[in-house]
Design a protein around this ligand. Sequence first.
Ligand SMILES: [Zn+2]
Length: 314
Amino acid sequence: MYSIGVNFDLTYITAGIVDEKGNIIYKEAIPTLKYREPEAILKDLAALCLRIVEKNGLVIEDIKSVGIGCYGSVDTEKGIMIYSSYFKFKNVPIVSILQKYIHVPIKCENDANCYALAESKYGATKGYSNSIIVTLGTAISGGIIINNKIYSGKYYGAGEFGHHVIVFGGEQCECGRKGCWAAYASQKGLLRDAKIMAVRHPESMLFKMVNGDLRLMSFRTPFEAAQKGDKYAKEVVETYSKYVALGLINIVNILQPEAIAIGGRMRKIGDMFIDDVAKLVGEKTFGHLEVEKKTKIMLTKMDYDAVIIGATML
Ligand SMILES: [Zn+2]
C-alpha cells in the first residue's frame, strides 16, 4: 500500500506517492496560483493526486490515505483550513471539498507540523520524543513534537515561533506587530540588515559582490563575503546568529525540548552559522545544565519533502 502526501505551499502544490517506509517514489508539482478561489485551487490539488496515481500504474484502491500539509493554521479534527495569511482562505473545509474528488481518507495539518513529524521519525530529531523544528525562510514557522505527537494547541495555532517579540517596538513584522523574531531571524531580516550595511559601507565586499545593485543580494551573499574576510559582512552574520540564538534560547527556556532542528531555506547555508548558534544557546540557556542535559541544536536532515512524508504520517 501507498499513501499520498501533499505539500500545499504558496507557490507550488507538490504531491508525492510515499511507500510504507517513508520513501517518496514519485512526486509532481503544479503552480498554486494562490489568488484564486479555494475551490479552484483544491480542484487542481485533487486532480494532481489522481493523476500521479494513474501515472504510476496504480489505482485509488492502492492508496491508503491522503495527507495535506497546509501553509496556514488547520483544524485537524474538522479538516478545515482556518486561516492563511497569504491565501484567500478563511475557514475553508478543505477535506470535505477534496473528498468530492478523492474517495480515500484525507487528513490535513499545518505544513511545519508535518515537517516536524517526519523529521522526528526519519531525520535529525529521530530518537527524541520531545523535539522542535524551526523553519527559517522568508518567514519563521515551526512544529512541536511532544511524546512523539504533534502539539498543535487547543485552537491549532501553536508553534508560531516567528511571532514572539524579541525587540520591544522593533522592526515591523508581517503579522502587524513590531519586533517579532521573524522580523530579525528570517531570511528577510538577514537581507534587510545586510543591505543596510552595504549601503552604509560601499567599500565593503557586501556592496561590491552585487556591484552596488542590492536587488542582486541573496541570503548567501553576507555569508560568502564574511568567509572572504569582509568585516562588515562578518558583523551582519554574527548579528544574525545572535538573533537566531536569541529566539531559540527563549524556546528552550519555555519548553526545554531534547532537540531543536533548524530547517527551511536558511538550512542550505546552515553549516555557516549552526555551530555559533548552538554555542550561544548552550551558554545562555537558563539552568546551567551539564552538556548532556542541554537541548541539542542542529540542522534538519530533510528538506521540504519532509512535509510530503509527514503528511502521510497523519
Ligand atoms: Zn510577527
